[in-house]
Design a protein around this ligand. Structure first.
Ligand SMILES: Cc1ncc(COP(=O)(O)O)c(C=O)c1O
Length: 462
């Protein structure tokens, strides 16, 4: 027993012994967890203080089916009893992972023949980076190594995935990113458009920046462009009109591999099965994770076409094997849970449900534009970004030191709604996909009340 422990409570253990990611370490060591979640039901979780909170952030954009599901629990239990583990190295397999590879690829937004499994979105993105490099080596183009992504993009925390990510706080203290990872502007029309610039003009400007970056680096050094259909960790940033058409024209012109990261947007979040369908994207490969198992088990996948596999085969012919893989890749319990989740999505017509409830959801969010603190509301499906501003006329942000977005997040939490404020003061609102219309009304009313609370506190400084 740690001699510093004064009590045996989980909060004390957590404060003294547990290291948290994406958390202020000093604040945690001094004050302990910001919430200790005990259990959940539907779209709500319950804390050790007895508070029942609507999860407006779906955990981390992952609890698509909420906090309780008998079918998923039983699928996991059955699989644990039947076959708790089987490796997928050395060509070994088990029925559930084979069936999942078949089912998942058959549901892909574009024809993909192949799927490979990992445990997280980060590992999936690292896998794709390596595969794209490997393909270029197999094709005799080893100099094609440069990866292009966007500022505020979020692709994970492993060394390569974080190099793709456009989040400076995830780079600075780690001596990252490495060379070969180039960044483009985030397509945040509201904050980054010039005065009088239309959405289409802004989109063309973004595409021109992309083309110039390709030309500056040398088109024959570019390996891939990685993108989320709608940026998530960057603050729920829906791209403006014309953006994806203009960007995809550059991708086609320079024959750039287009990897679409559907870690958050996959399985219905946008009111389409895939974000690629919502925004008419033609990916060469895709990452999915999170809702793949409704977050009941850590699992992710990459999907791609046979032609990439053919190139990887050349490498494996030369080396003897594909020199890549994770112990828990294609875990039988994860595969069983994923198969059950995909079957539930079909049985309850989850995408149809999201399409229906997204109308009141987005209308409720857009009504907040009347609030003095809200400058921009942009969303699709059950995925919305709400920009808090100091001065709407000038699109001026609050001094970051005031942490006005965090104040909104905290007041909402105190009133029973969990959401995240992402710098600069952008509220990301993405509830579980099973949320009902009544729960949407309740959640948006809480958000409005939280905005009122904060406005009372800060209006003197506006
Ligand atoms: C778009 C996207 N890609 C990748 C990741 C990383 O996933 P993980 O945390 O499972 O490694 C995330 C995490 O939120 C994400 O939003």
């Amino acid at each position: 027993m740690n001699k510093h422990l004064s009590t045996n409570s989980p909060r004390t253990f957590d404060r003294l012994n547990h290291v948290h990611g994406q958390t202020n370490l000093r604040g945690h060591q001094d004050n302990g967890p910001t919430a200790m979640v005990i259990n959940g039901r539907g779209v709500r979780f319950v804390t050790d203080e007895g508070q029942s909170i609507i999860d407006g952030f779906s955990g981390l954009g992952c609890v698509s089916l909420g906090y309780h599901n008998d079918r998923l629990a039983e699928a996991a239990m059955r699989q644990m009893q039947e076959l708790p583990f089987a490796p997928t190295f050395y060509g070994r397999s088990h029925p559930k992972v084979a069936e999942l590879a078949h089912t998942l690829t058959s549901k892909a937004a574009v024809p993909f023949e192949k799927a490979m499994f990992q445990c997280s979105g980060s590992e999936a993105n690292d896998t794709m980076i390596k595969f794209i490099w490997a393909r270029n080596i197999a094709r005799g183009q080893p100099q094609r190594r440069r990866m292009i992504s966007r500022w505020r993009g979020y692709y994970g925390n492993t060394v390569a995935a974080v190099a793709l990510s456009g989040q400076p706080h995830m780079h600075a203290n780690f001596g990252l990113p490495m060379d070969d990872f180039l960044k483009l502007s985030t397509p945040n029309y509201y904050l980054n458009a010039a005065d009088g610039e239309s959405e289409e003009e802004f989109s063309e400007r973004m595409a021109t920046e992309f083309e110039n970056a390709v030309l500056d680096a040398g088109p024959d050094t570019i390996a891939a462009f990685f993108a989320e259909p709608m940026q998530s960790g960057g603050g729920a940033i829906r791209p403006p009109q014309g953006y994806w058409d203009a960007m995809q024209a550059v991708i086609r012109k320079y024959d750039i591999h287009f990897h679409v990261d559907e870690t958050v947007t996959g399985f219905g979040r946008t009111g389409h099965y895939w974000g690629a369908q919502a925004f008419d994207l033609m990916p060469d490969s895709t990452t999915c994770a999170k809702a793949l198992t409704a977050a009941f088990f850590p699992m992710s996948a990459v999907m791609f076409r046979q032609d990439l596999y053919d190139d990887l085969m050349k490498n494996s012919d030369a080396a003897g094997v594909l020199g890549h893989g994770f112990t828990y890749a294609g875990h039988p319990v994860g595969a069983a849970v994923a198969l059950e989740a995909l079957s539930i999505y079909d049985d309850i017509d989850l995408v149809g449900h999201v399409q229906r409830v997204s109308k009141p959801f987005l209308a409720g969010c857009e009504a907040l534009l009347d609030h003095p603190l809200v400058g921009d509301v942009r969303g699709i499906g059950l995925f919305c970004g709400i920009q808090i501003v100091q001065d709407k006329a000038r699109r001026a942000l609050w001094d970051p030191k005031l942490k006005v977005g965090t104040m909104v997040q905290d007041r909402a939490h105190a009133r029973g709604l969990y959401l995240r404020s992402i710098p600069p003061d952008r509220i990301s609102f993405m509830p579980p996909l099973i949320i009902s219309q009544d729960e949407i009304s309740e959640a948006t009313a809480i958000l409005k009340a939280a905005l009122d609370d904060v406005w009372e506190e800060v209006k003197g400084r506006a």
